[in-house]
Design a binder for this molecule. Structure first.
Ligand code: SF4
Ligand code: SF4
Length: 62
């Protein structure tokens, strides 16, 4: 069982909130957008989902 975080680049406005809030550094900024670089570390806390004002982040449980 694990979690798969994703960022919709079309919705991301580059605020960096998800980068700052994630306790396991799943996200990095690249070219002004958040990208998932460490998705296998995701704990499923959904802090990134809560903090993203444009609903660009999703976390799926698998
Ligand atoms: S919180 Fe949302 S809008 Fe802000 S950088 Fe992350 S994905 Fe982009
Ligand atoms: S759910 Fe939590 S651990 Fe997973 S990417 Fe979002 S903030 Fe990081």
């Amino acid at each position: 069982m694990g979690f798969t975080p994703t960022v919709d680049a079309d919705k991301c406005v580059g605020c960096e909130e998800c980068v700052d809030v994630c306790p396991v550094e799943v996200f990095e900024m690249k070219n002004g957008k958040s990208v998932v670089v460490n998705g296998e570390e995701c704990l499923g806390c959904e802090s990134c989902v809560e903090v993203c004002e444009t609903d660009a982040v999703a976390v799926e449980e698998d």
